[in-house]
Structures are given as C-alpha cells and as structure tokens.
Design a protein around this ligand. Structure first.
Ligand code: NAD
Length: 521
C-alpha cells in the first residue's frame, strides 16, 4: 500500500492523504463488494429508495462541510461548489428515489399479435452486480455521486475510483452512503492512478461507468469490449454556442460568460467555441469582454469569487499552450490571461476571450478545459451550424434565439448528445434529463431513465397459461404450412388476398386450431 496526498490547488497546502492500492489488489475489493451486494439487491426498490432519501438528509446536514471540501480539494469557487455540485446531488437523490422505482419496476409488455394472444410478458430490470465508477477531477463530487446513486437504486454494489487529484471527495461519497445506513462495504473506494483504474476495468466488475478523457475512455471501452461487458463513456467535449441575430443579446452574453468560465472552464460541457452571426457580432464581443472584466478572480473560499485556480500546474500549462499557439498564429486576446493572486501560490487564469481564431488552430479542435472562449464571427446561421458540426466531439451545444421553432430546427441538425436553446449545460443538475454525447464525446447515457437502464440487465419474463399448445409446435405437415400462409395473408395481406386466404386456408386453420387444444401431441 502507498499514500496518495491531496493538495489545495489555491494554496498548495497538503489537505490529507489516503491509502492507495496496488492494481492486483483491486479484484479482491470487487469480490468483497460482491459479498454484500446480493443482500442489497433483495431489498425492494421502495426500500432502496428510502436509503437514498436518507443519503439526501446526510448531504443536507453536511452541506457546508462538503462544499468547503470541494473548494479546498478541487479549487472551484465556493458558490459553484453549492450550485454546480452539492445542491444538485440532493435533488438527484430525491429524483432517483421518486422516479427510480417507477422506471425500474417490472414493466408489462402488450402482445397484440393473434398468435400470442394467450401469452403474458414483462421486462424485469435486474441489478448487474458490482459495477465500477471511474471519475474525473473536474466535478469530483456530483459526477461520481450521481452514478453511484443510480447504480445503487438499481440494486448494484459499487467500486469507485476517484481521480488522483480529488481522492478525499471520493471517500466522502462512500461515507455519505454509509452514514445513510446502506450496508457497509456496498460502496468501496479504490485509490491510485490509471493503473488502478485499469485494474478495475479488467476486474470482474460487470460494467464500467467512466468519465474522463477521450484517450483513456477509448482504452476503457476496449478492455470492456474484450470482456464482452458494457461501459458508459462520458468523455470530452468542444461545445459550440451559436448566437443568432434574433437572440436576446444580453442573455446570450451572460450565458457565454457562465457557460464558458464556470469552474474556470474546466467543464466537459463548457462553451469552447462561440459562433456569432455578423449582424450582432460587435455588440456580442463587446458585451462578453465587458462582463468578463467584471469577474472576480481570486480566493475560491470567498463568496464573491467567480474564477478560482486551475486544478493543477499541468492543467494551467495545457491551457497556456493552446492560447499561445493561437496567439502566435494571429488570434487576438481581447481579455484575460495568466493572473497572479497575491497570497496564493495556485495558478490562476483570468477569463480569456479570443477573436481572430481560425479553424486550423489547435484551440479550435482540441479541448481547452480552461477559462478561454474563442469567438468566431460567421456570415449566417447555416455557416454556424456547419462549423459547429465540424468537430470530432459531440457532447453539448447551445443555440441562442428568440424563435423557438427555429431553435428546435437547428437543434435537430446539430451533431451532439444535448442541445440547449437559450441556456447551456445546466441539465446535468436535472437528473430526469439524459446526459451524454455522440462522436468522440462518448457512448451511452447517464441520468434519466436511460441512465437507469444502463445500470441493469433487461430480462424478459414470459408466462403461458397453458390452455392450448402453440400451433407452431410439431408435428410439421402441409396443414400447418397452409394454415400459417393463410394466417399471414389474413392478418397482413391486402383486401383481395384476405378473401382468398379465407377460402383456401379456412379448413387448415380450423384443423390447426383444433390441434392446439390437444396438448399431448
Ligand atoms: P482522465 O481521462 O485523465 O482520468 C479520468 C479517470 O480515469 C481518473 O480517475 C483516472 O485516474 C482514470 N484513469 C486514467 N488512466 C486510466 C486507465 N488506463 N484505465 C482506467 N482508468 C484510468 O480525465 P480527467 O483529466 O480526470 O478529466 C478531464 C476529462 O474528463 C476531460 O476530457 C473532460 O471533458 C472529461 N469529462 C467528461 C464529462 C462528461 O460528462 N462527458 C464530465 C467531466 C469530465
């Protein structure tokens, strides 16, 4: 065993440390959770929901401590720890408790076909067993928390692997469910780097819920595919914002500032490209530059702070490199750049607005993951759509217009998993909405009924009351063939065919019908 230390990105202070595992110890943890999970799975959905409500009570009781830990360990402004992480998870727990039992309850299937009239069937949603959740550092509380909560409600046990930069929040998730009275050992946390995450994928965990980079997500998907087990991959994004000429401009400006700079831009579904039509471009750029100049960069523990430190020196470096590359090739920085904050050793970047960017620049195709928004002026909405879709990513996108019908028409043409009209990204906090992307942004969905379906095996259970025997059972003979041909024409044929079917197939149909009453043949 080793130690993983957790540092405050604003001050560099050591907060605490956790014990790490060696990769070859991960399977034993999965096995241990597998010992506990069957008991949990035996509880009814309503009982499991009760535990989730208790977990919500625990989060409410400890809301300040959790928010503070979030800001200390990840660096986001304390206000965002409440708005973007802790408060939504309380709501998620209540939604899961309320909606989950309805979504995952046995679901009768309507069987209208004449041949199956006697039969009854239903979907039964069965827990997978033990699942793995591998988490990123940018939303280290809400992303894994929601996935763990949904997996638990579905009857699974969970092994959680938090990001190495935010291990304490992972521990806190486990503690929250333990304090809510869930069986000890049903949620376990394994710490370590990529090798421990890899070992979790290789283990007997039945499915992996991975959130992180495209590069690692691809590896995770490959390992799972080799084992013929599923994975949900929530990967990177390069979300476009499209501002139409008829947009409420003040709102579009404020939306750009929130969508682009919240969490210092370290958001998978943050605005990474803004396409604004030329009619309103000047006013839009002016507005964004003015508003970002008013944002407070500094101590994330202060309520007024709007931009905290970058999570790490590395992340600071990645963002700087992309911005410098764009500037070198002729982009113009209208606002922002690296910023010293007196008394803090952390790496801060003031909200940065770039214009004059070209599609060939790295910043237009690679994920920035920092407080930088490139604004591109386009001739038309058509051009905006084309350029928005010209990306390997497809997580989210937003369209800003006063015309709802137009917004929806444009939304359907965008290649992404989510489109918000006159807002951006907020639905991660609304668990009834699906979350996930297309193209390199991932596979599968979290949240919503689709997220619950990812947490279960769908089992079909069918019941035959046995009053008759199926007509397609042996013996096979000409009569059966004629009857089946007639029934196909009777049921699905055009008018003339039906009449002929009745004339030619009436007798075989009656014979087969009579045969179906003799069950021992
Ligand atoms: P990352 O891919 O580096 O790491 C994610 C997790 O995977 C970490 O826990 C890490 O330890 C683990 N890991 C690393 N190598 C592994 C391996 N070989 N096998 C298994 N696990 C391994 O990502 P990150 O830097 O923590 O997070 C930032 C990325 O996450 C960005 O690309 C961002 O867009 C993406 N993200 C996506 C969503 C979404 O909902 N789509 C949400 C948040 C973040």
């Amino acid at each position: 065993m080793g130690q993983l230390e957790s540092f405050n990105p604003a001050t560099g202070e050591l907060i605490s440390a956790v014990e790490t595992l060696k990769p070859d110890q991960v399977q034993a943890v999965v096995d241990d959770v597998g010992e506990v999970q069957p008991f949990w799975a035996q509880l009814s959905l309503a009982d499991r929901a009760r535990y989730l409500r208790k977990a919500a009570d625990v989060v409410v009781d400890e809301i300040d401590e959790i928010a503070e830990l979030l800001t200390r360990e990840q660096g986001k402004p304390i206000t965002e720890s409440y708005t973007m992480e802790v408060v939504p998870t309380i709501d998620v727990l209540h939604w899961c408790a309320e909606a989950g039992p309805k979504i995952l309850d046995d679901e009768p299937i309507r069987m209208g076909q004449v041949l199956f009239l006697s039969k009854r069937a239903k979907f039964s949603y069965e827990p997978l067993g033990v699942v793995g959740v591998i988490a990123p550092w940018n939303y280290p509380w809400s992303i894994p928390f929601d996935e763990v909560a949904m997996a638990l409600l579905a009857g699974n046990g969970v092994v959680l692997k938090p990001a190495s930069l935010t291990p304490l929040l992972g521990e806190r998730i486990r503690e929250t469910f333990e304090k809510a009275g869930l069986p000890e050992g049903l949620v376990r946390v394994v710490h370590g780097g990529g090798a421990v995450g890899g070992a979790l994928c290789e283990s007997s965990a039945r499915k992996i819920f991975f959130t992180g980079s495209v590069e690692v997500g691809r590896k995770v998907g490959e390992i799972c595919a080799k084992q013929l087990k599923g994975s949900v991959l929530e990967l990177g994004g390069k979300d476009p914002q499209i501002v139409c000429a008829d947009a409420d401009l003040g709102n579009a400006v404020s939306g750009c500032v929130w969508g682009g700079f919240a969490n210092s831009g370290q958001t998978c579904s943050g605005i990474e490209r803004t396409y604004v039509v030329k009619e309103v471009a000047e006013r839009f750029v002016e507005g964004v530059v003015r508003r970002v100049g008013q944002l407070t960069v500094g101590d994330p523990m202060e309520w007024e702070t709007e931009i905290g430190p970058m999570v790490s020196e590395d992340q600071f470096g990645v963002v700087g490199e992309l911005v410098d590359d764009a500037l070198d090739q002729g982009a113009e920085r209208m606002a922002g750049g690296p910023r010293e904050v007196p008394g803090f050793s952390g790496r801060f970047i003031a909200p940065t607005v770039l214009t004059g960017v070209e599609d060939e620049m790295r910043i237009m195709s690679e994920e920035i993951f920092g407080p930088v928004v490139p604004i591109i002026v386009v001739d038309s909405e058509e051009e905006a759509l084309r350029r928005a879709n010209d990306s390997n990513f497809g997580l989210g996108a937003s369209i800003w217009t006063r015309d709802r019908a137009k917004g929806e028409r444009m939304a359907r043409r965008i290649e992404s998993g989510m489109v918000w009209i006159n807002d951006h990204s907020y639905t991660h906090g609304a668990c009834q909405c699906s979350w996930g992307g297309v193209k390199d942004s991932g596979l599968g969905r979290s949240h919503s009924k689709f997220g619950f379906y990812e947490c279960v095996d769908v089992k079909l259970i069918s019941w035959e009351p046995g009053m008759t025997r199926d007509i397609w059972w042996q013996p096979y003979d000409r009569t059966l063939g004629q009857a089946l041909r007639a029934s196909a024409r009777l049921l699905y044929g055009r008018n003339g065919q039906r009449f002929r079917a009745l004339r030619e197939g009436g007798v075989p149909l009656m014979r087969v019908g009579a045969r179906s009453l003799r069950k021992d043949r």
